[in-house]
Design a protein around this ligand. Sequence first.
Ligand code: PEP
Length: 250
Amino acid sequence: MRKKIVAGNWKMNLSLDEAKNLNEEINVALGKNENKCDVYNFIPSIYLTSLIEKDQEVVIGAQNGYPDKNGAFTGEISMNQLAEIGANAVLIGHSERRQLFNESDDLLKRKVDSAIGEELKVFFCCGETLEQRESGNYKEIVIEQLSNSLFHLAINDFEKVVIAYEPIWAIGTGVTASPDQANEMHKGIREAIAHAYSQEIAENTSILYGGSCKPSNANELLTQTDIDGGLIGGASLNSRDFLAIISTYN
Ligand code: PEP
């Protein structure tokens, strides 16, 4: 059975004190309940060593990592270094990385291989622009992103991957995909996984939705048949909203 997952993406936000407080609030609240979903937070890398603790409720991950183990890559942090300091997971292919930092499918493929090699849990993001959606072939475009960077993995490695479908036109815009639009794409992604691997693997893969998900729309989005959780940006920056979204699965 695939896992339900709610993950926060803090992006380049919060002071260290704010980050520590938010992490603490979420851990305390989660500790009081029997949670029916796994909770992750992808935080600025500079805060990883301050926020990673043993036995906490929230799994802490990085928002990016570089595929080479070491070398002349000024300003980068390798997957190997992330794993060494205790990060458990990494986001790969977020649309902001693809668009603002020109990350190609090929680079993302190398990042996926490196992260898997370091036993980091990969959250692989995919999604189409508004122009691509309006062109009508958005499904093919998203599936091509997966084929180019992810479907080369051997079955036992692919089983460790979580996919996040994030239509770019819905990220940080306040516009969200309708539950039908999101579920249609999730079904398409699941069919593509079945084609690349098997029906069983497809049924066991968690596929998250991301894009302006908030307490007011979480219930209708996150309870769709093929939506297994959410990757949450803005609404993960305060504990009340993030916990309200998590409570969809209680
Ligand atoms: C994101 O950046 O992954 C995201 C989904 O952002 P938001 O929820 O703010 O749209």
